[in-house]
Every structure is written in C-alpha cells, then in structure tokens.
Design a protein around this ligand. Structure first.
Ligand SMILES: *Cc1c(COP(=O)(O)O)cnc(C)c1O
Length: 390
C-alpha cells in the first residue's frame, strides 16, 4: 500500500491477508506458544524479536498489528506490548541508563509519575524533572548535560493539557535527547507526533485504538533501530508480550478508528459546550473549547479534539458522588476511549494534585464521551444534575 493510501483504507487492509490454508479472508487468531523450527536451526538467533519462534519474542498476530499501526502513525517500525504501561516502561528501561536525567510532564499517567519520580530514581539513580510541558521555557531551563529523554503526554491525562510537540522536538534535538510522546488521548487519526519531530510515540491500545473495552495492549512507534532495542528489552528480556488474542481483538477494533474518533470528537465538543453553558458547572477543560488555555496549540497539531473532558461542579464531594451515581446511561468506571461513555470522579486525595491546574485541586470529573448520541448523553447529564438539585 502506498504512502498516499488514505488513513481509513489502511485501517482496514494493512496487516490483513488471505489465510493460506483455509482461504479465509481474515487472519486467524494463532494461539500457539511456539512455532515449528526450520530443519537446520543451527544458525537461528533464538532471541530475534522479529522472527516467529516463541510467542514471548513475537507472534503472528502481533506482527500483523505492528504493521497496521506503523502504517497509521507513519512510522518505520512498531512494537506492540501487553499494556500501555508495558510500552511506557519499555521506553524508560531501554533508553534511561543509570545516572541519566529525564524531563517529564508534571501531570501524566499515574504509572509514569511513579516510575519516573519514585521507582527509577530510587533503584537506578535516574534523575527526573517534572515540569509543565505546555511551557517551553520550563523545559529549556530543565535541560542538563545528562538529559536523555523528554517525555510528554498530550493531551494530558486527566487535565487535557496540550504540549507543543513540534517546539519540544526542537528543544530535544538541540539537547541530544529523545522525545517520546504519549499520544493515547489523540490516536494516530487525530495527531501524528513523528511527523512533528518526535522520536517515539506511545499508545495505550486499551483505549481508543481498540475502542471496545475488551482488550489491553500498548505500542511504541518510531525508527527501526530504536524500536528493535525496545523489543529486545521489553519482550525478550522483560516478558511484557501481548497475547495473540488481544492483538487480534485490537486489530479488529482499529478498523473503525477514524469513524469512532470523528463521532467521539464531535459529540464531546457538543457536550463540553453544554457543560460550559451550565451555571452549576465550575469549570470545563476540553481542548476544542476556545476557553482551553492551549486551544491554539491543539488546533495546530490535532485534526479534532478527541473525546475526553475534565470538569467539576460547584458542589462538594458528596454531591459529586451523588451526581455520578444518578447517571443512568453514562457508566462510572475508569479507562476511557470505549464505545460507551465512562465517567470517574476523583477527589482531592490524588498524590499529584499539587501539579494540577488550580481549579482541579478540590476534585474533578474525567468524562470519556462515548459513541452514544450527543442528545442522549446531555439528557443523562441533565437529569443527574436535577436529582442533585443543580
Ligand atoms: C491508560 C493510559 C495509559 C496506560 O495504559 P494501560 O493500557 O492501562 O496500561 C498510559 N497513558 C495514558 C495517557 C493512558 O490514558
């Protein structure tokens, strides 16, 4: 398939093929731990993560999915792992040596915060600077001679903070550091960090890319030499390999990614506008709103603004809980990017709360707007607010 082939066509066709034995027009799920060796195995590299030999090193379904995701992200290569966190840990354990320094978004996924701020510094003497990566000056000031990696999450979970990938890539380049971007909230349909100069893109496949809430996975994409290093560490040596069944499910989920991201984004904008117009709402953070502090950067680097909204009510924790439990359609659960709308209220107890924008600090709601109609979602929010006397 050529580089010009459209995104949705790649979602459907890349990595698929005719099964040689049955002539099925879809790849089968190959649930095997190992594969028949060649007659002369004397010259085999037993740890080759690109040869199908033993499923911890790679599997057929994993290779098909890697091919598809690489084409969508415009990447030379891709490694798919057991979860988004396995992908993030794969990047950190592969590229951070002892005594090296990393700069990271001060609001990022909780496992990233703990790995970079606690685990790796304590065990391997890695130094971490947590900065507001929407502020380029803060990043520049944090650079040190031993800075190996800048890691940003954009949009950030849960604040929806946007960081300017193109500008940060320039800073990373001049510092001789790698830039890794967790692009989970956007998916490759809305944002392609490699085209903006990032070295590595990370996705939790559990979220939008699978999109159906029934499988976990993670991916890292970038140049082949970098990805090969991650494969050798994260799978062969650390064992974070994805199950072939999950790889197959995600391969099926990604087929409709563009359709879903359009629907999520258009609905979320309507829902965010409704919330912003409601006098019982304290604040709404959604990159598609003009009131979002980095709306202009989002507009520059994203096609649409995805489906995650953060907001809070002008109310105490008890009322927030009552609101969440009064919802009839929207499901209170963690995770995001599923077909159904998911909502979670986080009180002020979060260990990262002091890094959050001021208006988040008394507690906030993270709302993953699903594929239901905007009218039904807004109706559900309205009736729940009413039950709370708001
Ligand atoms: C969920 C999430 C992760 C972790 O992914 P898992 O698949 O749950 O391990 C990482 N980054 C972001 C932005 C996420 O939302």
């Amino acid at each position: 398939m050529s580089k010009e082939t459209s995104f949705i066509t790649k979602c459907i066709h890349v990595g698929n093929g005719i099964d040689k034995e049955t002539r099925a027009i879809r790849r089968p799920i190959t649930m095997a731990n190992c594969y028949r060796l060649p007659e002369d195995a004397s010259s085999i590299n037993w740890s080759d993560p690109n040869q199908i030999l033993y499923t911890r090193n790679t599997s057929a379904n994993q290779l098909y999915l890697q091919q598809r995701l690489a084409s969508l992200e415009g990447a030379e290569d891709c490694v798919v792992l057991a979860s988004g966190v396995a992908a993030l840990a794969g990047v950190f354990f592969t590229f951070l040596d002892k005594n090296s320094h990393v700069i990271c978004s001060n609001v990022s996924y909780i496992a990233v915060y703990r790995l970079l701020n606690e685990y790796l510094p304590e065990k391997y003497n890695i130094e971490t600077s947590l900065v507001d990566t929407s502020n380029l000056e803060e990043i520049k000031k944090a650079i040190r001679p031993n800075t190996r990696l800048i890691h940003v999450e954009t949009p950030g979970n849960p604040t929806t903070r946007i960081s300017d990938i193109e500008e940060i890539a320039k800073i990373a380049k001049s510092a001789g550091a790698l830039l890794s971007v967790d692009s989970t909230f956007a998916s490759p349909y809305l944002q392609r960090p490699l085209e903006l100069g990032a070295d590595l893109v990370i996705h939790s496949l559990t979220k939008y890319i699978n999109g159906h809430g029934d499988a976990m996975g993670g991916a890292v994409l970038g140049k082949k030499d970098l990805i090969d290093k991650i494969k050798a560490q994260a799978m062969v040596n650390l064992g974070g390999t994805i199950s072939p069944f999950n790889a197959w499910l995600i391969m099926r989920g990604v087929v409709t990614l563009p359709l879903r991201m359009e629907q999520h984004s258009h609905t979320a904008l309507k829902v965010a506008q409704y919330l912003e117009s409601n006098s019982s709402v304290k604040f709404v953070a959604y990159p598609g709103l003009e009131s979002h502090p980095q709306h202009e950067i989002a507009k520059k680097q994203m096609k649409l603004y995805s489906g995650i909204i953060a907001f809070a009510l002008k109310a105490d924790a008890e009322t927030h809980n009552k609101f969440i439990n009064s919802l009839e359609l929207i499901v209170p659960a963690v995770s995001l990017g599923h077909d159904e709308s998911l909502i979670v209220y986080t009180g002020a107890s979060d260990e990262r709360i002091n890094f959050y924008p001021e208006n988040f600090r008394d507690g906030y709601i993270r709302f993953s707007v699903g594929l239901e109609s905007a009218e039904d979602i807004i109706e559900d929010l309205k009736q729940a607010l009413q039950k709370c006397g708001l």
